[in-house]
Each structure stands twice: as C-alpha cells, then as structure tokens.
Ligand binder design. Structure first.
Ligand code: CP
Ligand code: NVA
Length: 303
C-alpha cells in the first residue's frame, strides 16, 4: 500500500508511468470512451477547505473509471472534537479503497495516513499540493513534448504549490526558479530538504522577476494569500506588488507558457490580459487534473 502525501513519495520513473496511463485515459476520454479500470471501488474525499477542481476532478475520475466517490465535508467531524483523526482514518478505511484528504495542517494528513489501512492522497495541505504539480508538469509535457532541461519559473509566494512544483520539476530534470520577496521564498529547512532529496536539481531563488522569466518555458503564479492566510492579506498584497504577472513581465518571455493552479485573484497576482491571453494554459491545466488523477488512481488501485 502506498500513500501519496508529498510529491517525493513518487520517483521520476513512477511519475512517467502515471503520465503514460493518464495520457492513454485522456485519449480515450477525448474519443468518448470510458475505461472502467476501477469497477466497484470507492474513493472517500475528506476536505477541511473549499475546492472546485480537486473535488470535482477526483469525483469525475472515479465515475469514469467505473467506481464511485463519497465527499465528506465539515459535517463528517474530521479533525474535530468529535473523534480522533486516527479513529476516523481506521474506520473510513473499512468503507473506502482510497482517501483523498485536503487539510488545513499537513500534520493532519500525516496522522490520517498513519492510521489508514488504504492509500491516502494529499489533495492539498498548507505544505504541499502534489496532484496539482503532477498535472501542471503533465500539461507542459503535453504542450512542449518534453520537460527535462526546461526552465520552470514560479513568480510569487513560495507556498504549497511552489514547493510541490519545485520537487516535481527537480525529479523530472527541470530547472526550477522561484522569484519572490526574500521573506516569502523557501524556508532554510525546506531548502535543506530539497538538497537532501534532489542533490543534483537546479533550484534557484531570486527577488528579480524579470531576470527569472528570461529564457523560461513557463511562467507560473498563484494567489498571494493562500487559504488560511486571510489575515495576512493586506501585508502580502503590498509585498507582492512588484511580482504581478502582467503583459509587461510577459514581454520578457514571449516564448513562455503561462500557468496558474486556479482559483486566481484577477488583478492581483495576474492580470486579465495574461490569464485570458494566448500564452495561457490555465484551462488545460485544470482539465488535466482529472486525467492525471485518473492515472494516479489506476496506478495505485488497479493492480
Ligand atoms: N487548484 C486547485 O486545487 O483548485 P481547488 O482549490 O478548486 O481544488
Ligand atoms: N496556494 C493556494 C492554492 C489553492 C489551490 C491555497 O493553498 O489556497
């Protein structure tokens, strides 16, 4: 049994295998076919935060694969005084074949996985968002045909999405650049972790967004205040102003693709002309969440 709690729970070889299944299922989906690889299987989704893409793409994925899903929101009493996270995980494992968890604190997912007897997949925590990063790099590969050797530039907060992308890019031989104000770059502990798990990866941090996007294949951004950071919004909006992805910045990389995990705060981290412009792949990215999660579910469960 495998849990996917952080992107580094997968090797490069395993990611390529998941992408191959995803690509096959995506082609079939486009042809109007559904491959029932998981008949009768049940996926439980335990979410402590709002979601459109992650929730619906996992639920649709299970339906297309011939299984079903159960969504558990706040009323299920997860991570509350109602019962312990361990009891919740042990019991839920009796009904479901796998669990997707979106938690406020990453430690909650770790506690759930420690108790669960079925695979637990991280559907976003404050620390990382592995399914997002997998879909993003898959999208790039689909568009460009390869990913190794390309530069992937994240302009904005060194947050959960940026951390997961740094790892997936490093695993797949890409150069990752984070352009952020110094106080919102990666922590020393995360940098050390990256050096340990990806000793040969090129992961660069800078405060200069213009230098960061020159020669890049991708310009990526995400909200400046993530879920749970609402009280820091005013301070963050001020700090990130020079990091807005707008037409002036994109002029420095006319060859680059623009990506965003969504939801976007239009007019803050990105302007309408960029997110709706010819360089933007944001809708493909969102679509690929479903295809890549199908690949992941089939790889994890259809053995
Ligand atoms: N990108 C993403 O995870 O979106 P949701 O928060 O809507 O799931
Ligand atoms: N960084 C964002 C991503 C949402 C998909 C957040 O955690 O709110």
């Amino acid at each position: 049994m495998r849990h996917i709690l952080v992107p580094e729970d997968l090797t490069a070889h395993e990611i390529e295998a998941i992408f191959a299944i995803s690509h096959d299922l995506e082609s079939k989906y486009d042809a109007g076919l559904r491959d029932a690889l998981l008949p009768g299987r049940v996926l439980a989704l335990v979410f402590e935060k709002p979601s459109l893409r992650t929730r619906v793409s996992f639920e649709a994925a299970m339906a297309h694969l011939g299984g079903s899903s159960v969504f558990l929101g706040e009323d299920a009493g997860f991570s509350s005084s109602r019962e312990s996270v361990a009891d919740f995980g042990r019991v839920l494992s009796q009904y479901a074949d796998a669990i997707v968890c979106r938690s406020k604190a990453h430690d909650t997912i770790l506690a759930l996985a420690a108790a669960a007897t079925v695979p637990v997949i991280n559907g976003l925590s404050d620390y990382t968002h592995p399914c997002q990063a997998l879909a993003d790099v898959y999208t790039l590969k689909e568009r460009v045909g390869r990913v190794a050797g390309l530069t992937f530039t994240f302009v904005g907060d060194g947050n959960n999405v940026a951390r997961s992308l740094a790892v997936v890019c490093g695993l797949l031989g890409m150069r990752f650049v984070l352009a952020a104000p110094r106080q919102y770059q990666f922590t020393p502990a995360f940098r050390e972790h990256l050096r340990n798990i990806l000793p040969h990866a090129e992961i660069v941090e800078t405060t200069d967004p213009v230098a960061a996007v020159e020669d890049t294949a991708v310009v990526y951004t995400d909200v400046w205040a993530s879920m749970g950071q609402e009280q820091e919004r005013a301070v963050r909006l001020e700090a990130f102003k020079p990091y807005q992805v707008n037409a002036a910045l994109m002029q420095h990389c006319p060859q680059a693709i623009f990506m965003h995990c969504l939801p976007a705060r239009r007019g803050e981290e990105v302007t309408d002309d960029v997110i709706d412009g010819p360089q933007s792949l944001v809708v493909d990215e969102a679509a690929n969440r479903m295809h890549v999660q199908k690949g992941l579910l089939a790889w994890l469960l259809a053995k």
